[in-house]
Design a protein around this ligand. Structure first.
Ligand code: PAF
Length: 281
């Protein structure tokens, strides 16, 4: 496995593989790789002959008061995870390699980016879509792998691929959890031991909601109240949002009578964590 840092190098390697007829997968990441990323890479390796992992902390998807500077970065550790999971090539460019200073063109997103995480992160999904489309152009893969943990991101990328006719298949992969239920996230490293314990409230509150759905509850207001009441039992937790939306359109709905996405974002101390599940009613 090799690591390259320039667009030319990754393009040349992918061109050679294409000529040789290999199927190619792309796993876009921001590094700080954990078992969740490893599961994307190993699935990509199972389903394709060559796997490229991009590692790039994309500055344009961070807001001014977000954690761009402190976002965890450790390329050596990431290389070990990639190698172990079956990657063939890492593309780890610098920001100056990816963006001209006078960038004019970018990708914008409308309604799908307005709610959930997009409500308080106004340019986030435009930043994600811009970098992901650049990566799709730099690395013309057959399939790209994304985690269901970022459910809104996955829905938006699928729609972008449809709307802009990218010739790539988007594969969504299940959330990977710690043994105690906390969803794996690069931001979990920010949590103190006490906060780490408190963070279990995300999965606990979603489990309560899933139980209520299984018992026949369909009012999304009531379901949201169930989640809220559970979260409020944890003093270190502060709710950012609790949303139940149509799983495809991400529109708010009153009754859970079609596939729904139940998504929450919670601050534990200063760390914002997200979690979700899809329920096929
Ligand atoms: O999910 C992420 O890590 C990022 O948003 C992505 C898709 C790599 C784009 O920077």
């Amino acid at each position: 496995m090799n690591t390259v840092k320039t667009i030319n190098e990754v393009r040349n390697q992918v061109k050679v593989w294409k000529k040789e007829g290999y199927s190619i997968a792309l796993v876009p990441t921001m590094g700080s790789l954990h078992a969740g990323h490893a599961s994307l890479i190993s699935r990509a390796a199972k389903e394709n002959e060559k796997v490229v992992v991009s590692i790039f902390v994309n500055p344009i998807q961070f807001g001014p008061s977000e954690d761009l500077d402190s976002y965890p970065r450790d390329l050596n550790k990431d290389e070990i995870v990639c190698e172990g999971a079956g990657a063939d090539l890492i593309f780890a460019p610098k920001a100056t390699e990816m963006y001209y200073k006078d960038i004019e063109a970018s990708v914008s997103v409308k309604e799908l980016a307005a709610g959930l995480c997009g409500a308080k992160r106004p340019n986030h999904f435009a930043g994600v879509c811009t970098v992901v489309s650049k990566l799709f152009n730099i690395i013309p893969a057959d399939k790209a792998y994304f985690g269901q943990k970022d459910a809104q991101q996955l829905a938006i990328i699928k729609r972008m691929v449809r709307d802009l006719n990218f010739d790539i298949e988007i594969i969504g992969c299940p959330i990977i959890r710690e043994k105690d239920g906390l969803a794996k996230s690069s931001r979990n490293v920010y949590l103190s031991p006490e906060e780490r314990q408190a963070a279990l409230i995300l999965n606990k509150s979603l489990t309560k909601c899933r139980e209520a759905l299984s018992n026949g509850e369909r009012s999304t207001n009531l379901l949201k109240e169930i989640i809220k009441a559970q979260i409020q039992t944890e003093t270190l937790a502060r709710i950012d949002y609790i949303e139940i939306v149509d799983a495809l359109s991400l529109d708010a709905i009153d009754f859970a009578n079609k596939p729904i996405l139940v998504a929450i974002a919670i601050y534990i101390g200063k760390t914002r964590l997200i979690d979700n599940f899809i329920y096929e009613a």
